[in-house]
Design a protein around this ligand. Structure first.
Ligand code: ATP
Ligand code: NI
Length: 307
């Protein structure tokens, strides 16, 4: 069974046009996703596709002008706002993108100890620093004294010692060199191998494929495909959605053919399939409604032409 299950999730933001007039901007549409214990699911999609909003909806940290509908379950129980407050930082941990999430005025060892749920926070913190190759003196440093790689290890340490069952990593590797990317991803894989459900949010499909079991592809606020990592090979014949196939072919290692056009902006969505305006397979039927999620060859796709 899936530890995390997201069903028909929609997120809208209320925006004020003037003092008295407001409009609603929908940024997530009817999205689905699941992550099982022991599994890494990579959520990939271009900038603005809704990856961070999805993560924030699961964590319950959306701004107050956000309206969420649909359902999110953790281990079969609905994640209500009060449950999210209770479970955040314990059952559900975030590996944030940058060191800015650390308290700038607190020594990093202390910050990691706060996340420890076992009896001996100091011992646990020292053990995890050692395991992640952080020298003994690092615990006394402040965040500004850390190199990028050290900061990353501290952030992962916090998630690891929290004992969370669901770990969400939002773009954990931007700006890192190849060796640090490998290390950061290896740590996430290790968490999954120890039984965590790991949701890895990234632009970088090639890195994601080195550790992910499944890939969820987001486009303009919805999941257009969920595929196993093995489906990403060759010319992408095993892939189901035209966007996923095009994205795969656009990689430098493949054909390096860019996809013409751009992702529609929230508030300017076409009716029907959001990818239709860029899709070579599009027909009139594609513009008539959001395609249903269908199971094909063990994966999920939202495209009426997929087979
Ligand atoms: N507070 C907000 N109010 C209104 N719109 C928002 C708000 N936060 C995000 N959005 C919009 O929601 C959409 C999805 O944003 P999100 O941050 O989830 O994208 P992303 O996939 O994480 O992109 P990136 O890869 O750049 O991090 C974007 O169009 C963004 O402009
Ligand atoms: Ni983001």
């Amino acid at each position: 069974m899936s530890l995390l299950k997201v069903n028909g999730l929609s997120v809208e933001f209320t925006q004020y046009i003037s003092l008295l007039r407001q409009k609603r901007l929908q940024v997530i549409h009817n999205l689905e996703l699941s992550v099982a214990a022991g599994e890494v699911v990579a959520v990939i999609g271009s900038s603005g596709s809704g990856k961070s909003i999805l993560a924030h909806a699961v964590l319950g940290i959306l701004p107050s002008n956000a309206h969420v509908s649909g359902s999110i379950y953790l281990d079969g129980e609905e994640l209500t706002p009060s449950k999210q407050v209770k479970l955040r930082g314990s059952e559900i941990a975030l590996v944030p993108q940058s060191v800015q999430y650390l308290d700038p005025l607190m020594r990093v060892g202390q910050q990691v100890r706060y996340a420890v749920k076992t009896e001996d926070p100091v011992k646990t913190q020292r053990g995890i620093f050692k395991r992640y190759g952080l020298k003994a003196e690092v615990e006394r440093m402040f965040p500004f004294q850390l190199s990028g790689g050290m900061a990353r290890r501290v952030l992962v340490s916090t998630a690891t010692v929290s004992g969370a069952r669901l770990v969400i990593a939002d773009e954990p590797t931007p700006g890192l060199d190849a060796a640090s990317i490998k290390e950061a991803l290896g740590q996430l894989r290790e968490l999954a191998d120890q039984g965590c459900a790991v949701m890895l949010i990234t632009h970088d499909i090639e890195s994601a494929l080195t550790i992910a079991d499944r890939i969820a592809v987001l486009y303009a606020g919805t999941t257009v495909e969920i595929a196993s990592a093995e489906d990403f090979r060759g010319n992408g014949e095993q892939l189901r959605h035209p966007y996923t196939k095009a994205m795969w072919k656009a990689l430098p290692h493949n054909d390096f053919v860019p996809i013409p056009g751009s992702q529609p902006l929230a508030g300017a969505m076409p009716t029907g399939c959001a990818f239709a305006p860029r899709c070579s397979l599009a027909t009139k039927a594609c513009t008539e409604g959001l395609p249903d999620a269908r199971e094909i060859r063990g994966g999920m796709v939202r495209c009426i032409h997929a087979s």
